[in-house]
Design a binder for this molecule. Structure first.
Ligand code: 4AD
Ligand code: MG
Length: 430
């Protein structure tokens, strides 16, 4: 028998339908029962009347427990007061399985307990809403690049070298060699940009982040465009347009989810381009005024990022970082050798860095010096250096961490709820 999904319910007013799902909640008083049915697409209230179903089925209804799996048949009616505006007047129901002692009850649980039960916690209203928004963000990112003539080229996960510093590499045994899990797809993205003009890759990245923070995962998802014939200013523009597109897509498609997670959407509605641009040097001055103990040349930590980004209602683009604190592939500013043509975008409301990118160094001599300075092995980068020998062009790109963006858009202070199964220094389970 054909069954329908809760999110399609509006097309079935005054019709008999079948729904399949799980008991989110149920209660009864006297001869009437209320069942909140969750089917993965939404939640709908079902009304169960003893007089209609008969004594025995009504008694059976009263045995239903949280997360029992069931099939419900009934009539769709409008009810302004019900969640979503509709409800089901139940004719009959069948049980697939009665669920016993479901570990997550409507009472408050600690986050660690919930994370241990993440495989079940995903069913909860708020977690479900966050992951629906994550899905929308990913879809909007892919649509953005696909609609702008970018080609998706997948980059490898096993890599022979480091691109983002050696301190966060995950090492694996690769037959008789060592391989590292990718920290970024960028170097391969550069090869692809010279083949396709506009490239992007989207996939998991791995970093052995040894500190416990609210913003770091050891496995996270990054989208990375890489664009030929593109300078740092144009790179900023692409990033800005991407973020505005994502916000607009989430606002127009996920109002139900944003409501469930109680996000203040006025903060998101204010976001449009152009974003304020702030040099690293200006940031240092700003931080000093805010009583931070920081000198020109120091990197920003989470508190500094939080402070800077809390000053603005829109994302802020920070540029002109000291070359010493940035990756080897970033192009030096021809007007000031001490800084690079790199950028970080900090999300507002104190959410910190969501994007990092740069114009790429194309001078092979400078690149070799930087590889040496970083203590990296030249042989591992020969193929990368080829890109500077055969038709080298100015090019730029950036990486956007999906989980950081989900945290910002959903207003979550901790990154662990932004990914289905979080991996951190202290968590590999479930
Ligand atoms: O700033 P990052 O390190 O830049 C790169 O990896 C460049 N190769 C990207 C490029 O130019 N193609 O990382 C980019 C973004 C960060 O801004 C952040 O959003 C996210 O990736 N990110 C993390 N997200 C969660 N957990 C971590 N440990 C992260 N490390 C970086
Ligand atoms: Mg960065």
């Amino acid at each position: 028998m054909k069954f329908i999904n809760v999110n399609d319910i509006a097309s079935y007013i005054d019709k008999k339908v079948t729904l399949k799902g799980w008991v989110y909640n149920s209660r009864s008083s006297g001869k009437i029962g209320f069942l909140m049915l969750r089917d993965g697409f939404g939640i709908i209230q079902c009304i169960v009347e003893k007089n209609k179903l008969g004594d025995e089925p009504f008694s059976l209804f009263k045995t239903l427990t949280q997360e029992s799996s069931i099939k419900v048949k009934g009539l769709v009616v409008k009810n302004e007061r019900a969640l979503g505006g509709f409800e089901i007047l139940v004719d009959s129901f069948e049980i697939y399985q009665l669920s016993k002692d479901y570990p997550i009850t409507p009472k408050e649980h600690g986050v660690d307990y919930l994370m241990n039960n993440r495989h079940l916690w995903l069913r909860s209203k708020k977690q479900h809403a966050i992951l629906k928004i994550r899905h929308r963000i990913i879809k909007s990112v892919r649509d953005f690049f696909d609609n702008n003539n970018f080609t998706l080229v997948d980059t490898p996960i096993f890599t022979p070298n480091a691109a983002e510093g050696t301190s966060t590499l995950f090492e694996t045994d690769y037959f008789d060699e060592k391989a590292y899990l990718c920290q970024t797809g960028q170097l391969y993205g550069e090869a692809s940009a010279l083949a396709f003009g506009r490239h992007y890759n989207f996939g998991p990245c791995f970093r052995a982040e040894k500190s416990k923070t609210r913003r770091h995962l050891t496995e996270f998802w990054m989208v990375e465009p890489e664009i030929a014939f593109c300078n740092i200013d144009e790179n900023m523009k692409w990033a800005e347009n991407l973020l505005v597109h994502i916000i607009n897509e989430v606002l127009s498609n996920n109002s139900i989810e944003l409501k469930i997670i109680e996000r203040d959407i006025s903060k998101l509605q204010e976001i449009n381009g152009p974003f304020p641009r702030l040099s690293y040097t200006e940031c240092i001055e700003l931080l000093k005024k805010g009583n931070y103990d920081i000198q020109w040349g120091d990197d920003f930590g989470s508190p500094e990022e939080t402070y800077i980004s809390a000053q603005y209602k829109k994302p802020v683009i920070v540029y002109g970082f000291p070359s010493k604190i940035k990756a080897f592939y970033m192009k030096r500013d021809p007007e000031n050798e001490k800084v690079v043509l790199g950028m970080d975008i900090l999300a507002p409301e104190g959410f910190g860095e969501i994007i990092g990118g740069s114009e790429r160094e194309v001078d092979i001599k400078v690149l070799l010096d930087r590889i040496k300075e970083e203590g990296l092995n030249r042989e591992d980068y020969e193929w990368f250096l080829d890109l500077r020998k055969y038709g080298s062009v100015p090019h730029s790109g950036f990486g956007m961490g999906i989980e950081r963006v989900v945290a910002w858009i959903c207003g979550l202070s901790h990154i662990r709820e932004t990914i289905p199964f979080a991996r951190t220094m202290t968590r590999l389970n479930p």
